[in-house]
Design a protein around this ligand. Structure first.
Ligand code: ADP
Length: 471
């Protein structure tokens, strides 16, 4: 209950002071008039009383208008003091959908009406008005049941609501009783909280764990099987032992590669928001990776065609080890998916404009940007790795950088992968504020391009120049 604090001015009696003032003026008037006009005392008293009465009337009149003004001010102040924040606009502006529901009869579904729907609720439920029949806005039985529990049992209730529409969304729905309206209707509020993203993250985590354990279990099962065989019937068979041990070595290497990739991915993700500070010579990095890959290429008769700028001409801000990993993964894939005797081209270009760096390279190929920089840098260095392997069908392109994603039916030759290579590449390039595209023609081959920001410089190649060079 609110009380108005006493006004210090008004707390003395509001009628006493005009009477006292009029009395004082009357006495002074009697004395003044008697002295000035030398009237007899009775006439002087009468004249003084008349002056005093006139003064009192004036004072009272002044007091009346002051009172009215005072009351007016008090009314304004009171209305300001009790003024509510603009609740309707406040609730309307909230991002969570909110609905106020009223109802009279539990058995009469048509008595349930929403009597307020904020902008987010109107958007979610695709309703135009802020008021209407509840079943016209929501048909989900779980939500209607939660509303009933709040309305008629006075209970808090919650459930999950799968919002329809082009992009299906999952919303946790809370129903809370609001008591009775003045006209006796029951009221409840319904609040929706969008959990789509949380659930997606959770699903990704569960899938990731399932995939990781599956990938580890396969070589582990094979190792266990061979250990059993070696201890059993192959115990005394020297040639079988040799064969099995070499298979076991491959499986153990596969497991350790998987564990390395998993660790590496989690390390990269941890530091992904911190841009690297060192300066890296990309041409030197590419040379190092190609030197290391040369023996495998030679063994499989793969020709490595290399186009590099002079050392020092393509410097980028980066983490050398991570960039080596990017180059290695792309070159490894190109060789892995190339037939024996195939050709892998590796080209590094410096000082490219953003358009030139991401320009199409293989005319007529299915093409997808797997990652684009948020804010384009003035100049880029672009690494292109092309092979003449089986290519990747268009529908698989968007999923290539998902963890453990593999294009079905593709043979990766002797070196099976972890399915994490391109995910690692994407996260490293993202940390470097770079971009990544893939172009592929089934039956002809694939080109991956990774472009990384360089320091600004005077001469920047345009996209048109790059396309001209390619075609
Ligand atoms: P993996 O270790 O299996 O190679 P990646 O993440 O590196 O995993 O690649 C994901 C999938 O993309 C591969 O399994 C393969 O199906 C496809 N892929 C990657 N690079 C190429 C390429 N150069 N040519 C054809 N397919 C490729």
């Amino acid at each position: 209950m609110s009380t108005t604090p006493p006004d210090p001015i008004r707390s003395t009696s509001s009628t006493a002071w005009p009477i006292m003032a009029a009395g004082a003026v009357g006495v002074l008037a009697i004395v003044a008039v008697a002295l000035a006009a030398r009237l007899d005392p009775l006439t002087a008293i009468a004249a003084g009383a008349a002056v005093a009465a006139a003064t009192a009337i004036c004072v009272f009149a002044a007091d009346r208008s002051g009172e009215a003004r005072y009351r007016e001010l008090m009314r304004a102040a009171a209305s300001r003091a009790g003024e509510q924040p603009p609740f309707a606009s406040l609730v309307n502006a909230l991002p969570d959908p909110i609905l106020v529901v009223s109802a009279t009869e539990p058995d009469d579904l048509t008595s349930r009406r929403y009597i307020f729907a904020n902008a987010a609720a109107r958007d979610l439920l695709r309703i135009e008005r802020g008021e209407g029949l509840l079943v016209n806005a929501i048909r989900d039985p779980d939500v209607l049941d939660a509303v009933d529990r709040a309305l008629f049992a006075g209970q808090d209730a919650e459930c999950v609501y799968e919002g329809g529409g082009a992009q299906s969304r999952t919303l946790r729905t809370y129903a809370r009783p609001l008591g009775l309206a003045l006209d006796g209707r029951r009221l409840a509020v319904l609040v929706f909280r969008d959990e789509t993203e949380i659930r997606q993250v959770e699903r990704t985590r569960v899938d990731f764990l399932a995939n990781a354990s599956h990938e580890l279990r396969t070589p582990l099962a094979s190792l266990s099987g061979f250990i059993e065989t070696l201890r059993g019937h192959a115990k005394d068979d020297a040639s079988a032992r040799e064969r099995f041990l070499s298979i076991m070595q491959v499986q153990a290497a596969r497991m350790s590669r998987l564990v390395d990739d998993l660790m590496s991915l989690s390390r990269i993700e941890l530091g992904e928001h911190i841009a690297p500070a060192d300066e890296v010579d990309l041409a030197a990095c590419v040379s190092d990776v190609l030197d290391a890959s040369a023996p495998i290429a030679e063994r499989r008769g793969i020709k490595l065609k290399i186009k590099l700028p002079r050392q020092g001409a393509a410097r980028a801000r980066g983490d050398r080890d991570q960039l080596l990993q990017v180059i290695q993964n792309l070159v490894d894939n190109a060789m892995k998916y190339s037939p024996d005797g195939g050709v892998v081209e590796v080209a590094l270009q410096a000082m490219l404009s953003p358009e030139a760096a991401s320009a199409p390279y293989r005319p007529g190929a299915a093409r997808l940007s797997l990652l684009g920089p948020d804010v384009p840098a003035p100049t880029y260095a672009a690494l292109r790795v092309s092979d003449r392997g089986p290519g990747i069908p268009r529908e698989h392109l968007p999923r290539l950088t998902e963890r453990f994603y593999r294009v079905e039916g593709q043979k990766s030759g002797e070196r099976s992968g972890s399915g994490l290579g391109l995910a690692i590449v994407k996260h490293i390039v993202n940390r470097h504020r770079g971009g990544m595209t893939v172009e592929s023609v089934v039956g002809e081959g694939t080109t991956f391009t990774v472009y990384l920001p360089m320091r600004p410089s005077a001469k920047v190649a345009s996209a048109a120049e790059v396309v001209a060079k390619v075609s």
